[in-house]
Ligand binder design. Structure first.
Ligand code: DOR
Ligand code: ZN
Length: 366
């Protein structure tokens, strides 16, 4: 069985910086990516729009240039969001949007994940005019929806977790105060988040990663498969069911692909584990596997249309990205999975990290 699809956009990926960036971009292109949204939690983070802006950090301009030089000029288009921090001002947003350099901003919960130490609490941008400027100019808010500063049972417990708290308490406030703000609820992992997106207006959408469609906490803790450790953490069956239902609904316009592919050359350390699953080179295949696990028969034309909406259509429509004319082919044919060699060391793709040296789907390579 073969499915020909338009090239797709990975609307949440970590391309990092330095020598390995070229390898990560190649991995994206090899799996039919027309473009990406490249996360700004780099080192240093992308906290300025223009190089001439005052302050530390890279600029959207300079990081975009770096991506282009590392092979990203082959993309039809790509977005670099601005990393929101205490130094972000409404003027930066307006100026960047007016000059068409700024299309999105990223909220990280302070200290909540890899590279989130430069972030400021959500209230900062609610109160200092940053979200208002984004709403006014149509700049998309990419949101890592987890309540920051929680610990123990409040962070991850039987009766709730950081993401559920965020979607119950913070998101209703944001959409009430900024009803026209375009928001992407990134890498959602819970039924509560999926329901929130479902019942919000068309300006609120969400990305879902392959790992959250395929796995649950149980898969990670049994045999401690640390390659499944990413943030937000995998959740439970009822959550995965809700994500699968959202992604595979026939009328889905709000849920789309954003892999959160996050390469770490050193994943496990002596005292912990870096958060992030690397799916570069294998994401459409894993999404197809997730759709099949959700009960879709991908040899059926209607199911293929639903898959296409999720992988190829909804995301670029939300971000107003150009529609790719080129196509790529997914095939139900076993493919072997190998580590990605980079100048910084080898990165283990997720399937290998959970002990699978082959996957059921393959893509025609670019
Ligand atoms: O698992 C994750 N890894 N979640 C994030 O939010 C960041 C990412 C990374 O940069 O490694
Ligand atoms: Zn991410």
């Amino acid at each position: 069985m073969k499915i020909e699809l338009p090239k797709w956009y990975d609307l949440h990926v970590h391309l990092r910086q330095g020598g390995a960036m070229e390898s990560f971009i190649k991995a994206q292109i090899s799996m039919g990516c027309a473009g990406v949204l490249a996360m700004p939690n780099t080192s240093p983070p992308v906290t300025k729009v223009f190089e001439s802006d005052t302050g530390d950090g890279w600029s959207v301009e300079s990081y975009a240039d770096m991506i282009r030089k590392a092979g990203g000029s082959a993309f039809l288009d790509f977005i670099v969001p601005l990393y929101l921090c205490g130094k972000t001002t409404p003027e930066m947003i307006e100026n960047g949007a007016n000059k068409k350099v700024l299309r999105a901003c990223k909220y990280y919960p302070p200290h909540g994940t890899t590279g989130a130490q430069s972030a400021a609490p959500l209230e900062t941008y609610i109160n200092n005019g940053v979200f208002a400027a984004m709403e006014k100019t149509g700049v998309v808010l990419c949101i890592h929806g987890e309540e920051h500063g929680l610990s123990g049972e409040n962070y991850f417990g039987r009766d709730g977790n950081a993401e559920e708290t965020f979607y119950k308490k913070r998101m209703p406030e944001i959409v009430k105060k900024f009803p026209k703000l375009k928001i992407v609820c990134e890498h959602i992992t819970t039924k509560i988040a999926a329901d929130f997106v479902q019942k919000s207006g068309p300006n609120v959408a969400a990305t879902i990663t392959p790992q959250h469609l395929l796995f649950t906490t149980g898969d990670m803790v049994q045999g401690f498969k640390y390659h499944l450790y990413c943030l937000p953490l995998l959740k439970f069956d009822r959550d995965r069911e809700a994500l699968r239902a959202a992604a595979t609904a026939a009328n889905n316009t709000k849920f789309f692909a954003g892999t959160d592919s996050a390469p770490h050359v050193k994943k496990a350390t002596d005292c912990g584990c870096a958060a992030g699953c690397f799916t570069g080179g294998y994401a459409p295949q894993l999404y197809a596997q997730g759709f099949e696990a959700a009960g879709l028969n991908l040899s059926d034309g209607k199911a293929q249309e639903i898959f296409k909406r999720f992988l190829c259509t909804n995301g670029p429509a939300f971000y107003s990205l150009p529609a790719p004319k080129e196509t790529f082919t997914l095939e139900k044919q076993e493919q072997s999975v190998t580590p990605l060699q980079t100048p910084d060391g080898a990165v283990t793709p997720l399937p290998l990290g959970v002990g699978h040296s082959t996957i059921p789907w393959s893509v025609q390579k670019f």
